[in-house]
Design a protein around this ligand. Structure first.
Ligand code: GDP
Length: 326
């Protein structure tokens, strides 16, 4: 594959080239990995920057409905919008999130939108790297907004928050007055909480839930990188398309403020450092998975079990062996 030509086409916003490039970054073949790295390197100088919006919420909360109507609003205003997904379950279920073609039907047909399902990978780490690279490709292709969706279960929120400029949490109206078991860590990541389904019979519950979360957010966090009143909780209805432009205004207010304060680039810099650390850790762990290393681990493990070596000594030996592979 001619990487220089592919890069040129991406910069010219050729969608097929973009799709091919994402397939390339998703591949785990080592020659593809090299080509992908070279492609990303060639595209870096474009300096194009999208607003990266992370979006999380439990299944059924209305993520696809929201992305469809919010995305349509953005593309109709002339913005180009890419939608990517990080799906922690794709390894198990063989790809689910965004995999269903009936999701986001209008948006997927719009020439201003580009939708890409989650790569199926066994490791969340692998999905994270591929998604980060896909984000970079979409930016180089001139998309102004990149939505990164994830199902709100476990680790994937952190992954998405660490590659987003803004992190948005979508919630459904709660039945009672309890906070919906949203973990504190996830609340802390959220820049904006959208209580969806604020329509019809659900409207009073949505308003209550919004007030509960607004209160919880006030108690939870004061961050210097936030303007007055953020993080915020507001009501929307993805189905009736209510509150969407308000939500977009909030996102822009926050992004503009962070840009003006230098926090926007600061956050990206901190994220780059975070991902560097993650890649090193993953690389080290991968070294344990080679056949030689597995053999050494098994042999040393047995020696420890037989009382021939202490765990500490055996671990030292193992690490030394990794440091000087033959
Ligand atoms: P996802 O699993 O988070 O992607 O959720 P979906 O977008 O598939 O929505 C789950 C269900 O909630 C569907 O039946 C939607 O029609 C419904 N839904 C989504 N948004 C709204 C909304 O704003 N109001 C109401 N009443 N229902 C909604």
């Amino acid at each position: 594959m001619d990487i220089a030509q592919l890069a040129e086409k991406i910069v010219a916003a050729d969608r097929r080239a973009l799709a091919r490039a994402i397939t390339l970054v998703e591949s785990s073949r080592s020659d593809h990995r090299q080509q992908a790295a070279s492609l990303i390197e060639q595209l870096r100088p474009t300096g194009r920057q999208a607003l990266r919006i992370g979006l999380s919420g439990t299944p059924g909360v209305g993520k696809s409905t929201f992305i469809e109507s919010f995305g349509m609003m953005l593309v109709e205003s002339g913005l180009r919008v890419a939608v990517l997904a990080v799906d922690p379950s794709s390894a198990r279920s063989g790809g689910s999130i965004l995999g269903d073609k009936t999701r986001m039907e209008r948006l997927s047909r719009h020439p201003g939108a580009f939708i890409r399902p989650s790569p199926s990978q066994t490791h969340l780490g692998g999905v994270a790297r591929r998604t980060r690279e896909a984000v970079a490709l979409c930016e180089a292709a001139g998309f102004e907004v990149v939505l990164i969706e994830t199902v709100g279960v476990g680790q994937s929120e952190t992954v998405v928050a660490e590659m987003s400029d803004l992190f948005v949490l979508l919630l459904a109206p709660a039945g009672g007055d309890e906070l919906q078991g949203v973990k504190r860590g996830i609340m802390e990541m959220a820049d904006l909480i959208l209580v969806n389904k604020a329509d019809g019979d659900l409207k009073p519950a949505a308003t209550r839930t919004q007030a509960d979360y607004a209160g919880a957010l006030r108690l939870l966090r004061k961050r210097p990188q936030d303007p007055q009143g953020f993080p915020k909780a507001i009501c929307v209805s993805a189905l009736q398309e209510n509150g969407l432009s308000g939500a977009w205004d909030e996102m822009r207010t926050l992004a503009d403020w962070r840009r003006a304060q230098g926090h926007f680039d600061g956050r990206r810099a901190a994220q780059a450092e975070y991902w560097f650390g993650q890649e090193v850790r993953q690389g080290l762990l991968a070294q344990l998975e080679t056949p030689t290393a597995r053999g050494q681990m098994a042999a040393l493990g047995q020696a420890v079990a037989l009382g021939q070596k202490t765990p500490t000594m055996a671990a030292k030996e193992m690490l030394a062996a990794l440091a000087t592979p033959d």
